[in-house]
Design a protein around this ligand. Structure first.
Ligand code: ATP
Ligand code: MG
Length: 300
């Protein structure tokens, strides 16, 4: 593990992600991400820190890491949870072998120091208190304070950051001063038919073409009905069908319905009826982020 000195305090950095994924299809979100991370004209033009949104399994984390890969940068992923404390985002004390206290950098701080990319993964699972500690890092100041080690760290010029966010209900609504620093929003939608087929071929290369075609047709129908079945579900379906077929000596096209039942549940065998029984849509996170200020009084 690499150790550096920050204002005379010795801090261990974490290693970066060993392998970065390739992004397949949908060029627009990747183009937007790379535009956000382009070098500015000078210090008054810092890079943007976008938030990547979309339904679970649509490729948010993959896009963020693939952006680092295209830029040929090292990448660290900081997993955000409701338990993440401000110090977890910067420096935490750990007990060394000799019983001495050592300081360990977070994935975020490792990227800040090394000039890499940090993906704050599932950012809106994190509390406002944790977000507040990042305000200066996310604006033109580009620095972060460690209360634990008593140091202020200025970001390397190469440092880039983005946040991925789920749109399910298990998340915090971020305060406006945080959202205004996480701009722009990059929305990932479902891939088109050919793109989805290429993604499945990449992740399940042993699956027969006819099985992939069956799975893509199924996913495309689900996307058309606005059901939240994602690329990740497709990869799981193809992998399970192939395995069930191999272990039972069957054709994988025959095992596909069984895979749907086991991965997505029996209801998912009839997409039309699942769509009809779906509850009415609720407010999306975009409604939360961009509410009409005139309505604020009504929100209490
Ligand atoms: N465009 C793509 N190119 C390559 N792989 C993809 C693409 N989209 C999705 N995948 C694959 O689909 C799976 C799910 O993607 P990922 O984990 O990035 O989704 P996510 O949106 O971050 O999900 P969650 O909200 O649950 O964190 C991964 O195996 C990923 O590699
Ligand atoms: Mg993710």
């Amino acid at each position: 593990m690499k150790t550096i000195l920050l204002d005379g305090v010795s801090v261990e950095l974490l290693p970066s992600e060993p392998k970065l994924p390739e992004w397949i299809g949908q060029t627009e979100p990747l183009h937007q991400l790379l535009a956000c991370w382009m070098d500015g004209l000078d210090d008054t033009d810092p890079p943007l820190s976008p938030r990547i949104t979309g339904v679970p399994g649509v490729g948010k984390t993959t896009l963020a890491m693939a952006g680092a890969r295209v830029r040929n940068q090292l990448c660290w992923v900081q997993q955000c949870t409701s338990d993440t404390r401000p110090e977890d985002l910067v420096i935490t004390p750990v007990l060394g072998d000799s019983g001495k206290i050592l300081y360990r950098a977070s994935p975020l701080l490792s990227a800040v120091v090394e000039g890499g990319v940090c993906v704050l993964d599932e950012g809106n699972r994190m509390s406002e208190k944790a977000w507040a500690s990042l305000a200066a890092l996310l604006d033109h100041r580009r620095c972060v304070d460690s209360v634990t080690a008593g140091v202020r760290i200025q970001a390397h010029p190469g440092f880039r950051i983005c946040v991925t966010m789920n749109e399910d209900g298990s998340t915090f609504d971020l305060p406006d001063y945080v959202v205004s620093r996480l701009q722009p929003r990059i929305e990932i939608g479902f891939p088109a038919q050919g793109e989805e087929d290429r993604i499945l071929a990449h992740h399940a290369p042993r699956a027969p073409e006819a099985l992939r075609a069956m799975c893509v047709a199924y996913l495309q129908e689900a996307h058309g009905l606005d059901l939240p079945f994602s690329v990740r579900d497709g990869i799981n379906l193809v992998r399970l069908s192939t395995r069930l077929a191999a272990s039972g000596g069957q054709n994988p096209l025959e095992t596909f319905p069984e895979a749907v039942r086991r991965v997505l549940g029996a209801d998912a065998l009839d997409l039309g009826s699942l769509h009809r029984r779906r509850p009415a849509p609720t407010r999306t996170d975009s409604d939360e982020y961009f509410f009409d200020p005139d309505e604020e009084d009504l929100r209490g």
